[in-house]
Design a protein around this ligand. Structure first.
Ligand code: C2E
Ligand code: CA
Ligand code: CA
Length: 429
């Protein structure tokens, strides 16, 4: 019906030379609500959201649900920004009000993309695509807002398509490599862990950081192969360090939820790879996110258990920024939590963050979980964390992520530089 009506509006607009507007609405965080409170709850919430959207529109407008948590609104003969903004903001405000369903109170928000016929697009498919892209830019700008389609978005789409092509080539030409950032044991200043962080040595764009390509790699699926290269490179590095005397060295590897959900065979091959090079499972720690633990598909728990049975430990990354649910910590065998750097960056002055960090450490220890603080940048932060009994620290104060050569050098000389005592059994410098 939406497509029929759009085709009709396009004809009308062509005849009368009057533009019309399409809104593309996506509910923020709906998936989390659905996963945590159940599908019945999600269904009622969608119905309530639909009727709220309808209340903000006129009789002659059309509200449609495209699927999932996506809605569209056709605003015939509307093209003045003031009117569009009033309607879109009414919708945003109305959806930001609490939802009461099944005795639960929940908040969601909405991101809205705006595209106009025939200003931004000359056909139905382009109009929908542009509104969708505008919606994504509203999401990227921090959600709970509206964004207009602009030709820039088109350019960024073209950029993504190009980068996607280059990524395939990068995989075969080994342009991805891993840098290592030390993780320091705060009670002893010993370094026997490091996080592996992927980089892309792009032939003409320079060194690209994960923020510039991981989300694209997740969208186009290449994250599976990139992740596989990262895993093997990290495993080889761990083997090399263990063989050269750092006998309990561990390297942590980031794994995005997409890798858990879409990978059917690489993960088993990775375990075989470790066996082949003679590396025991406890040399690798997987860093996962809370979002993954919220997934209800049995395959997630199965894979986590599989890794566990191979001796691989799990760390919960970016703790404190998501659900931070205690029940997940108990349900899965989590060995470490990594407190997000948002809580660490102002520890010296922010009493609230200090209390949160302290509480997280106490709670984790009660559950038998070790704590790694991320983003430690100053000696004061390091001392506060050590005083609270935090187990490990990671951040620019100790070192930035380093190439494997620089990292090995760092391990050898960190002892002298900072008075760090090196890994048991490590060569003395
Ligand atoms: P993350 O797991 O939270 O990694 C830590 C990020 O914080 C790294 O950024 C690191 O360079 C940065 N960092 C470390 N110490 C400090 C500090 O003291 N201050 C500040 N301001 N920043 C610090 P990077 O390398 O750009 O990585 C960004 C994100 O990309 C990572 O966040 C991780 O989620 C993702 N990522 C990195 N490598 C991989 C990978 O191989 N696979 C997947 N799936 N994701 C990866
Ligand atoms: Ca990480
Ligand atoms: Ca992190």
């Amino acid at each position: 019906m939406l497509y029929d009506r759009l085709a009709l509006e396009i004809k009308k607009s062509n005849r009368t030379h009057t533009p019309f507007t399409l809104l593309f609405i996506d509910l923020d965080n709906f998936k989390e609500v659905n996963d945590s409170l159940g599908h019945d709850y999600g269904d009622s919430l969608l119905k309530e959201a639909a009727s709220r959207i309808q209340e903000c529109t006129r009789e002659s407008d059309m509200v449609a649900r495209l699927g999932g948590d996506e809605f569209t609104v056709i605003l015939p003969e509307v093209s003045e920004e003031l009117v569009i903004e009033r309607i879109a903001n009414d919708i945003i405000k109305s959806l930001a009000k609490p939802f009461y369903e099944h005795d639960e109170k929940m908040y969601i928000s909405a991101s809205i993309g705006v595209s106009m016929y025939s200003v931004d697009a000359n056909d139905l498919a382009t109009l929908l695509k542009n509104a969708d892209q505008a919606m994504y830019s509203a999401k990227n700008a921090g959600r709970n807002q509206l964004a207009y389609f602009t030709p820039d978005l088109q350019t960024s789409l073209i950029h993504r398509i190009r980068l996607s092509h280059e990524m395939r080539e990068a995989l075969s030409k080994q342009q991805f490599f891993v840098e290592y950032q030390p993780i320091v044991e705060l009670s002893s200043n010993r370094i026997y862990k490091a996080e592996g962080l992927v980089r892309w040595a792009h032939p003409f764009r320079g060194l690209l950081l994960p923020s510039e390509f991981i989300s694209l790699a997740e969208d186009n699926g290449l994250i599976l192969e990139i992740g596989d290269q990262v895993f093997k490179e990290a495993a080889n590095q761990a083997k090399k360090l263990r063989d050269s005397g750092y006998s309990d060295f561990q390297i942590t590897v980031n794994k995005s939820p997409i890798q858990f959900l879409r990978d059917d065979f690489l993960y088993k091959a990775q375990m075989e790879f470790m066996q082949k090079i003679g590396l025991s499972g406890d040399a690798i720690v997987l860093e996962i996110t809370e979002g993954l633990l919220l997934q209800t598909q049995p395959i997630v728990a199965e894979k986590l258990a599989y890794f566990n049975s191979n001796g691989i430990e799990l760390a919960l990354d970016d703790f404190g920024t998501g659900y931070s649910s205690l029940s997940y910590l108990k349900k899965f065998e989590i060995e470490y939590i990594k407190i997000d750097r948002a809580f660490v960056c102002d520890l010296e002055i922010n009493e609230a963050n200090k209390s949160i960090v302290e509480a997280v450490i106490v709670m984790a220890h009660k559950l038998g979980i070790k704590v790694i603080a991320e983003g430690v940048e100053t000696v004061e932060q390091k001392d506060i964390l050590a005083g609270m009994g935090c187990d490990f620290g990671q951040g620019y104060f100790f070192a930035r992520p380093l190439s494997s050569e620089k990292f090995e050098e760092y391990l050898r000389f960190a002892g002298e530089l900072f008075g760090f005592c090196q890994t048991r059994g490590a060569p003395k410098v």
